[in-house]
Design a protein around this ligand. Structure first.
Ligand code: PAF
Length: 313
């Protein structure tokens, strides 16, 4: 029997959702799965995780939530990093010395940016590998250890740098996470998700609405311009995206997650820092780099920065 140890770090809504999906999945008879939830807060005590599934059925599980410095972390085969984009770099710096030399890292967050720096850092760890993932599943955290699965969505994982993820682990993840698939062109998938996040997140946070409201005509022109700017910047970064396909995708996600409060809406509502620098901010930074006009994304960057500034005062 082969034991596979999977860690999920970041106990926010998506981290707890992915933990729940993997820890309740059934591996093959010849495999044993040990799935651990790791919190950035220094606690190593049993917690009752409550989960409301997409059909409103309640479940619960008592789990030992590990702290970042737990010795168990050195045994992990793979660690899925589900913290916010702006937390990735500091967290990885803290984790790296404790990880097994051949541990595989998977980043799963909204927005783009942290993978570039991390891939550079991992050059000093030749047995490690880095994969990137993106999900459009919806989850809402109503209490620290209570989440609800609010939107069915796709999860895409793909290799980015270093040693590739072992096939049995790939299979385990793809089986455990609903609608998950492996993409060789992961950057293209991440760019598509970035377009979705640029269109939905800042607008829902600024207009204080659920995702579904963005289907209304009054937002059409704004969404169209945001998408067009993202496509121009992506092209300059050698990623080809099509206007019609992106447009359809954005409206498909709006419909699929219509009842969702986007993560940025939730961040502003709970007076937390948002991921705007890695969403609209990434487009603005790359646009400036390539001297491409990114007016609509810049307006959103400034809107959310100004909401964040009100929170911090
Ligand atoms: O950040 C979010 O909320 C999600 O990525 C998405 C897909 C926009 C759904 O709310």
């Amino acid at each position: 029997m082969t034991i596979y140890r999977i860690g999920i770090i970041g106990a926010g809504a998506i981290g707890q959702l992915i933990f729940q999906q993997i820890s309740t999945s059934k591996p093959r008879l010849s495999q044993r799965l040990l799935v651990q939830l790791i919190s950035r807060e220094p606690e190593s005590v049993p917690q009752t995780l409550r989960f409301t599934d997409i059909n409103q059925q309640q479940q619960h599980e008592v789990v030992d939530v590990l702290g970042v410095h737990s010795p168990e972390i050195a045994k992990l085969d793979v660690i899925i990093v589900c913290v916010k984009a702006y937390q990735v770099e500091a967290l990885i710096n803290e984790l790296l010395p404790n990880l097994a030399p051949n541990c595989h890292i998977i980043l799963l967050h909204n927005g783009m940016g942290p993978h570039i720096h991390l891939a550079q850092k991992l050059l000093a760890y030749p047995q490690m590998g880095l994969s990137l993932a993106t999900t459009s599943q919806g989850a809402l955290r109503s209490a620290k250890w209570h989440i609800a699965h609010t939107g069915i969505g796709q999860t895409i994982i793909g290799h980015y740098s270093g040693i590739t993820l072992k096939q049995p682990l790939k299979n385990i993840l793809l089986k455990a996470i609903p609608n998950a698939s492996w993409h060789d062109q992961i950057l293209s998938a991440l760019w598509q998700k970035l377009v979705i996040n640029c269109a939905i997140n800042p607008l829902t946070a600024f207009y204080q609405c659920r995702n579904g409201q963005l289907a209304n005509d009054e937002y059409k022109a704004e969404i169209k311009q945001i998408i067009a700017e993202c496509i121009n910047v992506a092209a300059a970064d050698n990623v080809e995206l099509e206007m019609l396909a992106c447009h359809e995708l954005v409206y498909k996600v709006i419909a699929l997650t219509s009842n969702n409060l986007s993560s940025m809406y939730q961040d502003i509502y709970h007076q937390r820092q948002t991921e705007i620098d890695y969403i609209s901010g990434y487009i603005v930074a790359r646009g400036r780099h390539h001297q491409i006009a990114v007016k609509a994304n810049n307006i959103n960057l400034e809107r959310i920065k100004s909401l964040e500034a009100q929170i911090s005062h």
